[in-house]
Design a protein around this ligand. Structure first.
Ligand code: TYD
Length: 232
């Protein structure tokens, strides 16, 4: 993180979930949120693109493919614009109250989808990220890993009555390249990233994720008690 960015001063824990299509991120986020809430923690579940009213408006433009014809730079800037709104309106305020924030996709999605498979230069992506996140970096990123073919089959099943989105429509080789790109990020940033084998049963994956996150929660000395309605 460069020196120009704001220092993230907060007492929360920021966990992002990444991976290809059909990796089961949303199910696992829900399960982790439930487990943490049952233990009395204040948990915010959110997603990208979206998560704030401004970012949700941009989400539709991106996922419908409406911005595709204007090129990958335009799309990358729109993802970054949505991310900045989401960070400033939702994520930073929640972390400042000491909450645990679980976010479905974040900066690594831009690195992989727009950077690696969109062929955008890494410097361009990193410059956008710096502006978008302004010091708010994930404390931990869980990369749910599985072969692209299996993920796509799952995503198709899930979307039986729903047309695939702009990014799901791409070739299998593109999805496989994304998987490799995620694994490379994990290799380059081992202190932040954990690769989770997502080919296993839902329960096994949930147990591993809880075992990874629980010590971080403990280490930070979380003592919050949640309100009745946030208990899952
Ligand atoms: P979404 O329907 O939210 O689903 P999922 O996370 O289950 O795949 O789709 C978001 C899509 O947007 C997904 O194909 C990845 C893509 N994306 C990017 O290309 N760049 C980004 O920065 C983000 C956050 C998402």
């Amino acid at each position: 993180m460069s020196a120009e960015t704001r220092v993230a001063e907060h007492s929360g824990l920021f966990v992002t979930f990444e991976g290809g299509e059909g990796a089961g991120k949303s199910t696992q986020i829900r399960r982790l949120a439930d487990q943490l809430r049952r233990r009395g923690h204040d948990v915010l579940v959110t997603r990208e693109p979206g998560g704030s009213p401004g970012a949700e408006a941009v989400r539709h433009v991106l996922l419908s493919g409406a911005a595709e014809e204007f090129g990958v730079r335009m799309e990358a800037i729109l993802f970054a614009a949505a991310r900045n709104d989401h960070v400033e309106e939702v994520i930073r305020p929640a972390l400042e109250t000491g909450a645990i924030v679980l976010c479905d996709r974040f900066i690594d999605s831009s690195r992989v989808y727009q950077g690696v498979t969109g062929n955008l230069e890494p410097d361009y992506i990193e410059a956008l990220q710096r502006i978008a996140i302004d010091g708010i970096k994930p404390d931990c990123t869980l990369i749910l890993d599985l072969p692209a073919e299996i993920g796509l089959k799952r995503a198709k099943k899930r979307a039986a009555d729903n047309a695939p989105d702009r990014f799901e429509r791409e070739e299998i080789q593109t999805h496989e390249k994304r998987r490799e790109a995620y694994l490379e990020i994990a290799e380059n940033e081992p202190e932040r990233c954990r690769v989770v084998n997502a080919e296993r049963s839902e329960d096994e994956i949930a147990d591993e994720i809880f075992a990874l996150i629980e010590p971080m929660v403990r280490e930070l000395g979380f003592t919050q008690t949640s309100s009745a309605e946030s208990v899952g």
